[in-house]
Design a protein around this ligand. Sequence first.
Ligand code: AMP
Ligand code: ZN
Length: 436
Amino acid sequence: MDINFWDKKVETIDRHALKILQLKRLKETVSCALKTQFYKARLKKCGINSANDIKTLEDLKKIPFTTKDDLRECYPRGLLAVDMDDVVRLHTSSGTTGTPTVIYHTKADISHWSELIARCIIATGASKKDVFQNMMSYGMFTGGLGLHYGAEKVGMTVIPMGGGNTKRQIQLMKDFATTVVHITPSYMLHIHSKLAECEVTLEDLKLKKAYLGAEPYSENTRKKIQELFKIDAYNSYGLSEMNGPGVAFECVHKCGMHVWEDTYLVEVVDPKTGELLPEEKEGELTFTNLTRRATPLLRYRSRDIAFIHKGGCSCKRTHRRLSRITGRTDDMLIINGVNVYPSQIEEVIMKIPEVGTNYQIYLEKEGSLDKLVVKVEIYSKMFKGDLAEIDALKLRIRDDLRAAIIIHPIVELHEPGSLPVFEGKAKRVVDARVKL
Ligand code: AMP
Ligand code: ZN
């Protein structure tokens, strides 16, 4: 297997040199943060008045966490650390409630972000020879523009299609022999279900790789996508507060996502106590951006749950690897007192070969108890078969789910194309329970 690098020196930097670089950049970031109204007040309270108050990486612990609510309160300029003249772009996110958040970028910030994306692309074995179709939304969502600039930096042929318009996507993939796509896993599955309708076969496509991210998905979904399209699928992770995609990405070995530690100081903390957790222990990912000058963020609580793998990777990159994101501190469902992550349900159903490409988790009340309905699309050939076979499949799915999540779900089987379709981020959970 060919291992290529975009910036070999940084990607294979020895851990000791990396720590020295991180400390230097942390100091620079603190001094930059002190230029914002928000951090000026907050850092002074904990005795940090200048970069000199940070002497070792351990001093990071003195800095309080920054949360999404802090970002909302700072809207629109409380976290701006440079003159507006020096800002070349901003991204806002509407979030699920009320006030938006905003991240500003200088020219150098955008350029550094593109460098990180270029590292990710090369790490998957892609190159300037590839045709890259970006199916993530452009605009305020960082998935579109983020990958776009990195792919151009690499020299790929970029098709900036954005999300949606499935038939056109498939047509473009065919006409321009797209080899790499960037897409949400749910939309990738949807694309597959539309190929026949568009009279396009896998042989008509030249697809080799998919970069899958922006929403949680299981290892079984990755496998399913790889098998359906006969391609390699790579996990891509990022969040708009840390620029967007390019925070962590899988290399050709697909054994966790290398997090670019020269740019992101990653800590895994206990979501309840904020206590630092060791490698291999699952907790909330917390990031400090070490290079962004327009909007510095220190110890940002992502709400994403994952862990850091122990040990190196055979690709020789020294940046540690993040596990798959198993959930968020805020998407956990409590069903009749039992905690359930939607990803656990997905993991089970995507393992079942008869299951198609779409599903929905529906929660409602039955008397005073919660009822969990898992609605699953199955391939149409199943409906042509024996009724007893369908009942047996239903039971099998129910039993497998029960074994994984402990509670009893009701399983409903649906025809392909009957459940709501998502062209961007999927909304798989419908919680129709009355909130007390
Ligand atoms: P946004 O800030 O809108 O780009 O959303 C970022 C969030 O999307 C992250 O905090 C994660 O919860 C989720 N996300 C992004 N990439 C992945 C991924 N590869 N796996 C699971 N969740 C992801
Ligand atoms: Zn690697």
